[in-house]
Design a protein around this ligand. Structure first.
Ligand SMILES: [Zn+2]
Length: 428
């Protein structure tokens, strides 16, 4: 990451952002810095990170580079749900998005055949409604209403996932069949829910084309993955995407199941308490764009935490390996000062064959409640072992474990497996 050619790209991006965006010029000037002060990686750490809130407040005039408007050629505009349900407006150049996607997907040989020259994959999306660019994804809309400019069909889904009525499930299953996609872009917890219904209704999810699946939007739990793999079979290539709507693909899962971060199109840092973390330690991902002419971002604090692993992967890709830990606003904060990440909670739960879906929630007092929906495979011994693992991992805080038949999603329309009121309220 301190590779001199990479750092030259970072210096160029800083100079470009300073010269061409009002926000970043002010940001640097506020701490008495100019681009020529950032000569190397050590100076770079003097630059305060930039946050989502900066971009929200200054969009579009303060963050779009000189010479661009939202109507310039190749500019794609979109809105997405923020973590708190607040909407983020942003824009991205279509070719930057495509380049980042190609780099990320390049780590997975099972996705090689998806993008052939001259052919565009047919994409169906089944994801939380706020992420879906179409306001009508929750209503009684037609397929045409929910087809985006690039041809992607957005399937209808209820705002509160587990309250989705049967007619809406049937509609989603029918539309996949009609649309004949090559690629399903899904939220894994949402799609696992769809597979449970499909099983109950005696339906299959197939396409005459070779299907692929990209998972994103929320943490892919092992429980969701187990259900997707069982239902769809081993022939389906599944890749877990690391991404943000405002930046596109930040990384992808390789064909060996490891997560690689895209350090080719971005300069990446993992930071805790203002310092870079060592391999094996958890830090927040900061990204600096390379050659982003539209909205250059310098040390953009993503709010997503990762553990850089530091070892090479047998898949052959040289993009660095990371473990996904989850969002800052979802971390469980224990009374003894330790933090348990959503990724760590998911490792504790495992693929849990007796469980359809789970959610661990920490309230303001620090107490944790683990709710889960059991299925026919549930065995008392497994449950007891899970209770013990959770109790030990979350001590000294109290944990209550409850089997339930319904769990509410977030107000944003996402379903998060791990949330904390303490962390959410400490959010910037
Ligand atoms: Zn790999």
């Amino acid at each position: 990451m301190s590779d001199p050619t990479t750092f030259e790209a970072v210096r160029e991006e800083i100079a470009y952002a300073f010269d061409n965006t009002l926000f970043f010029r002010k940001h640097m000037e506020a701490c008495g810095l100019r681009p020529e002060d950032i000569r190397g990686p050590v100076d770079f750490l003097r630059l305060p990170p930039t946050f989502k809130s900066h971009y929200r407040r200054n969009f579009p005039a303060g963050v779009l580079a000189k010479g661009y408007t939202l109507n310039s050629p190749h500019v794609m505009r979109f809105q997405s749900s923020g973590t708190s349900g607040e909407r983020l407006n942003s824009a991205i150049l279509a070719y930057d998005l495509a380049r980042r996607q190609a780099t990320a997907l390049g780590v997975n040989r099972r996705f090689d055949e998806l993008w052939r020259p001259g052919s565009r994959p047919r994409i169906c999306r089944f994801a939380p409604p706020n992420c879906s660019d179409v306001e009508c994804a929750t209503g009684f809309s037609t397929m045409e209403d929910r087809t985006l400019a690039d041809g992607t069909l957005v399937l209808t889904v209820a705002h509160d996932l587990l309250a989705t009525p049967e007619w809406q499930i049937v509609k989603a299953l029918d539309e996949i069949e009609l649309y004949e996609p090559d690629l399903l872009v899904v939220d894994p917890t949402h799609f696992a829910f769809l597979t449970r219904w499909a099983r109950r209704l005696g339906r299959r999810i197939t396409s005459p084309r070779r299907l692929h699946m990209v998972c994103g939007y929320t943490l892919m739990t092992r429980v969701a993955r187990r259900q997707i793999e069982e239902f769809m079979g081993p022939e389906l290539p599944i890749g877990d995407m690391i991404g943000m709507s405002e930046l596109g693909y930040l990384g992808f899962e390789c064909h060996l199941g490891m997560r690689h971060i895209n350090d080719r199109d971005f300069h990446v840092e993992f930071v805790r308490d203002g310092e870079p973390v060592a391999d094996g330690e958890t830090g927040e991902l900061y990204v600096t764009t390379k050659d982003d002419a539209l909205i250059p971002r310098i040390r953009y604090a993503t709010g997503d935490h990762f553990t850089p692993l530091g070892n090479p992967c047998d898949c052959g890709s040289d993009l660095p390996l990371v473990r996904i830990e989850g969002r800052a606003t979802h971390m469980i904060q224990l009374a003894d000062g330790r933090v348990v990440t959503p990724g760590a909670v998911d490792t504790l739960v495992g693929d849990a064959p007796g469980l359809d879906v789970y959610k661990l929630e920490q309230d303001r007092t620090g107490a944790c409640t683990f709710r889960y929906i059991p299925n026919a495979e549930a065995r008392p011994d497994d449950t007891a072992a899970l209770v013990q693992r959770l109790t030990e991992a979350l001590a000294p805080n109290p944990v209550r474990v409850e089997a339930v038949d319904y769990i509410a999603g977030e107000r944003s329309g996402k379903f998060q497996p791990c949330v904390s009121q303490i962390s959410a309220e400490g959010a910037r």
